[in-house]
Design a protein around this ligand. Structure first.
Ligand SMILES: Nc1ncnc2c1ncn2[C@@H]1O[C@H](COP(=O)(O)OP(=O)(O)OP(=O)(O)O)[C@@H](O)[C@H]1O
Ligand SMILES: [Mg+2]
Length: 223
């Protein structure tokens, strides 16, 4: 019994931040991270694609505006980057009981490659099962903005994916909303057409509840 307990893996908390380009993912992740750290939690902040050496190299390829990347090769590159990150970093961190915050994860592939590029959703799911396995977020925030808002918040030089058409982004946004409808227990759809502070209040409130439910909360009230 003693041995078994010693070998038992802890279960950390895996939270992902999703949405179309310029929806506020990175800003909200930073604010959530600050909130958790202030409350005394250690966190691991990651981004996708990237955050492992191999995955960062794949990221450079994927975001290069000068490169031609066909649809299915693009899909496989995203899954390769994710598979490496999960194996090398996320799964071991969760086994150690870490709180992992990730800027984008598999829902982005379903939304962009599945709904945006109209690739086969069953094939994407097969790839997920093979490459990502059972590692799945405990909570996902989808930051929802309309296309004009997204456009107004984007940086000046677009990366390869940001050069896509308005119709493409409308499909991607609808894809994210569909994911949220289909998995309401995991995915929270957040109206991101508000001030950063208003949005963050909703996210942190939800995180606090999540930490309570997982019995990870050290203090009764975080703020
Ligand atoms: N709620 C908000 N209201 C107004 N501006 C915002 C809001 N949230 C973020 N921004 C601004 O919009 C821009 C994009 O935000 P951010 O980088 O957080 O989005 P993102 O979803 O991570 O974008 P990307 O997909 O390009 O990484 C930034 O300049 C940020 O300061
Ligand atoms: Mg970002």
């Amino acid at each position: 019994m003693k041995n078994k307990k010693h070998n038992q893996k802890k279960s950390g908390l895996f939270v992902t931040f999703e949405g179309i380009d310029g929806s506020g993912k990175s800003s909200q992740l930073r604010m959530a991270n600050k909130f958790l750290r202030k409350a005394g939690f250690e966190t691991l902040v990651l981004r996708e694609p990237g955050s492992a050496p191999l995955s960062e190299r794949i990221r450079k390829i994927l975001l290069d505006p000068k490169l031609q990347v066909a649809d299915y090769p693009e899909l496989l590159l995203y899954l390769a980057a994710r598979g490496q990150l999960v194996n090398e970093i996320i799964a071991p961190a969760l086994d150690e009981g870490a709180i992992v915050l990730c800027d984008r994860f598999h829902d982005s592939t379903v939304a962009y490659q599945g709904y945006g590029r109209k690739l086969d959703l069953d094939f994407i799911e097969q790839l997920r099962l093979s490459l990502v396995g059972k590692v799945s977020p405990h909570r996902t925030y989808v930051f929802d903005v309309d296309y004009p808002t997204s456009l107004s918040r984007r940086k000046k030089t677009p990366d390869r994916l940001e050069k896509e058409s308005e119709l493409f982004f409308k499909r991607v946004r609808a894809g994210f909303r569909k994911i949220a409808r289909e998995e309401p227990k995991r995915v929270a759809l957040i109206n991101s057409m508000r001030t950063p502070a208003e949005i963050s209040a909703d996210v942190c409130d939800d995180l606090e509840k999540l930490l309570h439910s997982k019995k990870l909360l050290r203090r009764k009230k975080l703020l």
